[in-house]
Design a protein around this ligand. Structure first.
Ligand SMILES: *[C@@H]1O[C@H](CO)[C@@H](O)[C@H](O)[C@H]1NC(C)=O
Ligand SMILES: *[C@@H]1O[C@H](CO)[C@@H](O)[C@H](O)[C@H]1NC(C)=O
Ligand SMILES: *[C@@H]1O[C@H](CO)[C@@H](O)[C@H](O)[C@H]1NC(C)=O
Length: 529
């Protein structure tokens, strides 16, 4: 491997193992569930995994992470939040890099751009279901393109394609959006003449899907005869706009105009031109050798996947940046792979590419710092420090009350506590309340007040501390909102017990109050005056 690659991967490893926290789903839809399953700890079960909804499959999670979790289970000394968190990220990163370097046949410049994209070391290596979606998609497209090669073993290929598509659908209900156009293209150019392969694909798809349904039904503990089809439940839930409103509604162009530019920065400028080039050559049959033909097929399939997924995902009302994670490698492939050697050298030596490279590096450097190093970082740092100072997983001493205010939801699995109770605010007729929090629980209780206003924090502290039921409670909040505590100081004493400056909180910036611009996270021990 080239020394440049080694340098980029080393920098990437540092970014991957920073305690940043991009989005709650990276914890709640994977590590919370797995820690609950393997270590029997209590934490937060998100709605998708609530047996009432049963809207997410366990199978892709188990396939990806269970060897690692079994390893930790057999060596309890490894059972720390940091090892679990960074170990899982390194697994995701390794699978992605192995795919880029050894499974796909890519040009050096493509690998170079993928290795310098911030997405590789942030979104792709964090524990999102979207990261798995990237891998499955690249494998399916690669297997499709192998069909052009008459010598490849079409039988085994087809079994893999069916299995992977099924796993893709059970991993995320939106997976069909990524493979719809490539599959239609394959149907007309290949499978129409190879019906047998098509039959094998459909059979292996159905077999794998049945296995997933059986495993999920078992884990969700369904009564006999009731089968749980998680992608279907998820689809039905998403069909109702009322449900989506809970998660936030976005305009149809959010992916195209806001998320896509955030994903690939300056490359967005040449993307339409590249796609146009590929599509205008789509029907042209050239007599290249078979490996060149395979490459061409792969590029065509990648651009079809890119176009199809952007169109279909834009139809959904809920549009987040991380949903586009699988498009990062596709965009880079579509832009850089079509160049032939002579065209490529001309392009490489032009000044335009030089500007592009510089803006690409600056863009990715900035995004890596933002998302990979600073975003909500204090949360992970605090729980890891607290966990290692206070309790070993073996002793399970009580942690008392932890009140989180104006941070992302704390990843409760990191407490590795088998007696934890997690409470949060509830919305009742559009008003946020603490009515559903059980204030009789004085041990191992995490209260997530989310972004609620100061009155709910005041009420929570009052209920707990004013009648001497409790000596003190721990309050964790970003430094940017500490000035709001001033009115509470008449009744309460705040003693700082932890602070870090590495915590970027983009949600509470208020230009009337300059202290809201300070980065950092603080934990106080609060008691009644
Ligand atoms: C006093 O503490 C108990 C918990 O044991 C709680 O139920 C009650 O609401 C508290 N009273 C007040 C006035 O906050
Ligand atoms: C909080 O209360 C617990 C038990 O009541 C006590 O052990 C601990 O020292 C107190 N912490 C602080 C910072 O006052
Ligand atoms: C906090 O709540 C108590 C009791 O409800 C109330 O007396 C007090 O004025 C409140 N403080 C603030 C700053 O709102």
């Amino acid at each position: 491997m080239q020394y440049k690659f080694i340098i980029f991967i080393s920098i990437g490893l540092i970014i991957t193992t920073q305690p940043s926290y991009i989005h709650p789903d990276e914890h709640f839809q994977s590590l919370e569930i797995l820690s609950n399953l393997f270590f029997n700890i209590k934490g937060t079960i998100p709605w998708e995994f609530n047996p009432l909804h049963s809207a997410r499959s366990y199978v892709p999670l188990l396939l990806n992470y269970s060897p690692f979790f079994l390893l930790i289970k057999s060596f309890p000394i490894l059972k720390t939040p940091s090892i679990i968190l960074y170990g899982s990220r390194l697994i995701n990163l390794s699978i992605f890099l192995l795919t880029i370097f050894y499974i796909l046949n890519l040009k050096k410049i493509t690998k170079y751009f993928i290795l310098t994209s911030f997405v590789t070391f942030t979104l792709q290596s964090h524990t999102f279901s979207n990261s798995l979606e990237t891998i499955i998609l690249l494998w399916v497209l690669n297997l499709y393109s192998k069909n052009i090669d008459k010598s490849s073993k079409s039988f085994a290929n087809s079994i893999w394609i069916g299995t992977l598509i099924s796993l893709g659908v059970f991993n995320r209900m939106t997976f069909p959006a990524f493979i719809l156009l490539p599959s239609i293209y394959m149907l007309f150019t290949y499978y129409a003449y190879n019906i047998f392969s098509l039959i094998i694909i459909v059979s292996s798809f159905l077999t794998t899907s049945c296995l997933c349904i059986l495993i999920d039904s078992k884990i969700y503990g369904a009564k006999k005869n009731i089968f749980i089809i998680t992608p279907l439940n998820n689809f039905l839930y998403n069909l109702y706009v009322q449900n989506l409103k809970l998660h936030g509604l976005h305009a149809w162009y959010t992916h195209l105009l806001i998320n896509l530019p955030q994903l690939v920065g300056p490359l967005i400028i040449i993307l339409p031109w590249s796609i146009f080039q590929i599509l205008s050559n789509i029907r042209q049959k050239t007599m290249q050798n078979s490996s060149e033909q395979k490459r061409k097929y792969f590029i065509t399939l990648s651009s079809l996947s890119l176009i199809g997924s952007l169109m279909l995902l834009s139809l959904f009302k809920h549009q987040e940046l991380r949903f586009l994670t699988p498009l990062m490698p596709l965009i880079i492939i579509v832009i850089l792979e079509p160049f032939t050697k002579s065209k490529y050298n001309k392009f490489l030596n032009s000044n335009k590419l030089c500007y592009l490279k510089i803006s690409w590096i600056l863009f990715n450097f900035f995004m890596s710092l933002l998302l990979g190093c600073f975003h909500q970082t204090g949360i992970i740092k605090y729980i890891s420090t607290f966990q290692s100072n206070n309790i070993t997983p073996q002793t399970q001493d009580s942690i008392g009350i932890h009140i989180w205010w104006k941070t992302y939801s704390p990843p409760t699995w990191m407490y590795l506590n088998q007696n934890l109770i997690v409470s949060t605010t509830t919305i009742k007729s559009d008003i946020e309340t603490i009515d559903d929090i059980n204030f009789d629980i004085l041990q191992n209780h995490i209260i997530d007040l989310k972004g609620s206003d100061i009155n709910l924090l005041n009420d929570t502290l009052h209920t707990y501390l004013m009648n001497d039921t409790l000596n003190n409670a721990t309050l964790i909040l970003p430094r940017s909102v500490t000035s709001k505590l001033i009115n509470l100081k008449d009744n309460f004493v705040f003693t700082q017990i932890y602070s870090t400056n590495v915590h970027l909180d983009l949600d509470h910036i208020d230009f009337d109050d300059l202290s809201s611009l300070y980065p950092g996270l603080i934990a106080y021990s609060v008691r009644h005056k």
